[in-house]
Design a protein around this ligand. Structure first.
Ligand SMILES: CC(C)(COP(=O)(O)OP(=O)(O)OC[C@H]1O[C@@H](n2cnc3c(N)ncnc32)[C@H](O)[C@@H]1OP(=O)(O)O)[C@@H](O)C(=O)NCCC(=O)NCCS
Length: 200
């Protein structure tokens, strides 16, 4: 059956371009993952502080290499995108990305994590702001959403500082190792300026 409404973005909106490098601030950049990031990714996923809010773990170097390698394909498929958040030495200190990209609706969900040693320095907030700017101003997305457990106060703070308004609570919608979690749903629209931002 034909659609009544034309897709918001045409096929190729992402895949026609190389995944960009995005500056966050001096000494902090978003770049595509590389094969040689696998060791850093494995160490991050081994951390209990990362596993606390994840639903998957990585078992071994092969899985870590497969994790870094998958993103080029998912970018070409225009379904997901992930960037390494790298420091001044080009070493990964976290991840930020888009999941469940829907070109028809020009929407995606945001995901992020930062390794414990780098937390509390505004890295997640800066990465989220840079990704949101690119998603709206360059990729043409219309809506970005984000979900976190209501018990994850740090993530709530990052989302709020990134201009993502709370839209509601998704009751017992995600199961972690310790059971069901209520999730906060946040979202930001392309038309919604973020007063916390400057220069974008
Ligand atoms: C959430 C996470 C990405 C934050 O990374 P970060 O780089 O430390 O974040 P930022 O420094 O940009 O901001 C963190 C904010 O949360 C606040 N915060 C940190 N721990 C907190 C806590 N336990 N309770 C309340 N606020 C907290 C910080 O004070 C800071 O706010 P501020 O700028 O007003 O001081 C990181 O803790 C993480 O990777 N957690 C595990 C994975 C995860 O939760 N991902 C999100 C799943 S939706």
């Amino acid at each position: 059956m034909p659609l009544l409404v034309a897709p918001a973005l045409p096929v190729g909106s992402l895949s026609a371009q190389e995944q960009p490098h995005l500056p966050v601030r001096p000494g902090l950049t978003l770049r595509p993952w590389r094969d040689d990031d696998a060791t850093a990714v494995r160490a991050a996923f081994d951390s209990p502080a990362i596993q606390r809010w994840h639903v998957r773990r990585l078992d071994g170097d092969d899985e870590a290499r497969a994790w870094t390698a998958q993103w080029a394909r998912r970018w070409r498929d225009e379904t997901d995108a992930s960037w390494a958040i790298v420091d001044a030495d080009d070493q990964p200190v976290g991840q930020v990305g888009l999941r469940g990209v829907l070109l028809t609706e020009a929407s995606a969900q945001v995901s992020y994590w930062v390794v414990p040693a780098a937390r509390g320095r505004g890295i997640a907030t800066g990465a989220l702001l840079a990704l949101a700017w690119w998603s709206f101003a360059r990729a043409g997305l219309h809506r970005l959403s984000l979900e976190h457990s209501t018990a994850n106060a740090a993530s709530c703070r990052v989302a709020t500082q990134g201009g993502f308004t709370v839209e509601g609570v998704l009751r017992e919608s995600v199961r972690h190792a310790d059971g069901w979690h209520d999730m906060h749903l946040h979202a930001r629209l392309a038309s919604q300026p973020n007063t916390a931002e400057s220069g974008t």
